[in-house]
Design a protein around this ligand. Sequence first.
Ligand code: GCV
Length: 652
Amino acid sequence: MEYTKCWLEYPRIRSEEGRTLTLQNLAEGSVGQSAEKELALGLRGLYGIGLTEGGPEAAVTLKTDGALPDGGYVLHAAKGSVTVRGGGAGVLYGVFALLRHLQTAWCGWDELTLEEEKRPSNDLRLLNHWDNLEGDIERGYSGRSFFFRDNQILVGQRTVDYARMAASCGVNGVVLNNVNVRAAAVELISDRYYAPLRRIQEILAAYGIRMYLSVNFAAPISLGGLGTADPLDGSVQSWWREKADEIWRNLPGLGGFLVKADSEGQPGPHSYGRDQADGANMLADAIAPHGGRVIWRCFVYNCQQDWRDRVTDRARAGFDNFMPLDGKFRDNVTLQIKNGPMDFQVREPVSPLFGGLKHTNRILEVQIAQEYTGQQRHVCYLIPWFKEILETDLMCREGGSRVSSLIAGPNQGMAAVANTGDDPNWTGHDLAAANLYGFGRLSYDTSLTPEAIAREWLRQTYGRSPEVEETLLKILLSSWHTYEKYNAPLGIGWMVVPETHYGPSVDGYEYSRWGTYHRADRNGLGVDRTARGTGYCGQYAPALAAIYADLETCPEELVLFFHHLPYTYMLKSGVTVIQHIYDTHFEGASEAEAFLRMVEGLEGKLPEDVYRRMHARFVHQARHAREWCDVINSYFLRLSGIQDDKGRPIYA
Ligand code: GCV
């Protein structure tokens, strides 16, 4: 199927057809060759300029520089002469940066004047694919997998273009398969799949990307025929050691394993009375001789809760399970922690584990697959949200403890659950590609602003049209807040249809086993997570815990996450909780309607197929946002009996 190249289309800036530039390529290895290929592609597209081999006087020099850290680069451009020096993949990143600057400045080749030095903010910048071997994607909203189909591995030009896109925004690691490792996926670490996996690995490696695999903790049983997967059992340990030798013999350079253990039905060390460190360390020891890393997820909670039980609080689970183990993990283990304590809701506080852990490597896990944020049918540019998370100060260290600094440093970083599939535009909604691009850029450089990232992406994707750029920028930058307005109010989350996680269902999860409750009654709603309630607040450093526990200082957008409040409680914004619910839902729905009108103004200014795809999604979003508004407002009017003070239509 034909597909777009997203932001790597290289629309023509001006024609210099027939011109050639000399290139001296001193960049090493397959990454050096990719850097040259990408430069050639970019220059041909942007200007029609060709490249020819040159010597020391060449117009462009690419060079590996061992003094720079992996991924760092120095870029110098003046009067048509360009030098890019980089450490490891840095030379490739420098080339992509050069092409990006030419497009954002929208200037001729000779006109760019630039001195830029960059080092990645994060060591690990990972995409996690939840692709299944059968070809479906768990929580995938852009078609089917382009890695797997019918238990076969797909390798082709699309794999190469995927690697190009990922590298162009700074991604340096990719987990190919779903963390729920079932059926044939268990056999990814066997002879059945090594040969095609190696081909994918080589493609990724040429773009500075390490491949990782999700593995099943019980593989010694299902694959090895042992009677146990107990991490302290000698036969299990030697099975994994021998397996690791075999894996790395076949896939040298593999980054390591991603593991979801003791979570939502996946096996893990708890089944044997062992803790999470016992499990992670056993795997870490097996793969350490090969330089492998275990990325161990902290999404461990009781998904069989009784809704009648008001003491157990799912939000506490990550911290309660992992905090006592701080310092017990091997160096080649990194814990991967979801941004919030629940599960990728439109708004949550930052997980207290980021601040609590002092002696353990950490990765911040976010989700660009919009599971709870509109499933790539609603526009929801998530980079402002991720930026807010990175800037949150957890008040756990003298001199500042923003999340961005807590996850910086060796063997730490960021991971995103990917939003790609085999749709012709890769991400379902054309504008969802901004999340893919934006995650990479932000994880590479956490100082970037969401606006700067969006502008870069728009300019590279749609060329230079001020009207297109300003209109889509406005939509992107307000889209997360708009989505939040018509969703569950004030941080409480979870008012979605169970299973699909799409569309409003206020009580969908209220009487279920998932530990996700809003506790609404005729007087009020919210969960008391202060010391009087579940005590979750106490998992933060004392200064921050005090801020959340006090209604005077608790950030308003999270107030129902931390407190149970009457509908008549007066918020600092000057309206009651119930009036806030009505107002924001009406606002959200009319903003979605306004998005549609704005996009309609772009007819004839965007490529026709892009316009058609986008328009259909905005029509749906406007209608669906109205549905959200009406369901939520009607539910709370019926329950509270309190009228909207503006008298708008609500279906009592
Ligand atoms: C891959 C949520 C999703 C699941 C997902 C899980 C996880 O519960 O709904 O589909 O499983 O998170 O992050 O492991």
